[in-house]
Design a protein around this ligand. Structure first.
Ligand SMILES: Nc1ncnc2c1ncn2[C@@H]1O[C@H](COP(=O)(O)OP(=O)(O)OP(=O)(O)O)[C@@H](O)[C@H]1O
Length: 227
């Protein structure tokens, strides 16, 4: 049976007064891997921001996990974010503490208290991104690809129902992009639902999946041609 984790119905997204994307109709089911593509400025980040509550949805209908984007209040946003894993282009790790402390910080901020549970959870997410031996390192001691794998581990901490990755390979060279993509593919195979905004057409060709395109204020599904 299909389980929608994300639904948009005639949703229109604005940045201030200007309309960025209009009448979006889109649904994602549990377990999907969907790309969001489009030129610079076409609205990919605005789309993502709407989904994680950084940009208010003021027109149309939208729900993400169990949250109604139209009726959700400011105070609900932290609870929405707990059900999401968000990954950014620039990793956003805290530079003043180790990988383990970065992960512990998020767990404590989201209500985890038991030391043993915290340690086990950290080990389990680091294992998923193949970084089990790097917990004691500081972010600056890691390569870009390793930092992004830690950011993905961080996104997995609260068993998210949906992972939103906004240009996760945007700062990485092609080979490292593939390594990070392999991690995202693995966690998708293990049941995680992922929406990934990207510019990187080489990744789309190597790992074909359902693809949405933002263009001229619209969002539509593109069908990949098989040669
Ligand atoms: N904070 C903001 N305030 C006003 N306008 C904004 C803001 N952020 C983005 N915009 C505008 O909204 C439009 C869509 O931008 P957005 O960042 O969503 O595009 P994008 O496809 O993610 O681009 P990129 O690939 O460069 O990140 C652009 O015209 C941009 O100038």
């Amino acid at each position: 049976m299909s389980e929608p984790v994300l639904q948009l119905k005639d949703a229109t997204i604005y940045q201030g007064e200007s309309m960025v994307l209009s009448n979006i109709n889109f649904e994602m089911q549990k377990g999907d891997f969907v790309y969001l593509i489009g030129k610079t400025g076409s609205g990919k980040s605005s789309f993502m921001k709407t989904l994680y509550g950084d940009l208010e949805l003021t027109e149309g209908e939208g729900s993400v996990v169990d949250f109604n984007l139209r009726t959700m209040k400011e105070k609900d946003i932290p609870f929405l974010r707990r059900k999401l894993g968000v990954v950014f282009q620039d990793f956003k790790l805290l530079p003043d503490r180790t990988v383990n402390s970065n992960l512990e910080f998020v767990l404590r901020a989201t209500g985890w208290k038991d030391k043993v549970d915290i340690k086990q959870k950290i080990e389990s997410v680091l294992d998923k991104v193949d970084m089990k031996t790097k917990g004691f390192k500081f972010p600056h001691e890691l390569s870009g690809g390793e930092q992004q794998r830690i950011a993905i581990a961080r996104a997995l901490l609260n068993d998210p129902e949906l992972i939103l990755a906004d240009e996760p390979t945007g700062n990485l060279d092609p080979q490292t992009s593939i390594e990070v993509m392999e991690v995202l593919q693995d966690i998708n195979k293990n049941g995680n639902t992922i929406l990934m905004a990207t510019h990187d057409y080489a990744l789309l060709l190597k790992y074909p999946s359902k693809t949405l395109k933002c263009d001229q204020n619209k969002v539509f599904e593109v069908v990949q041609r098989k040669n």
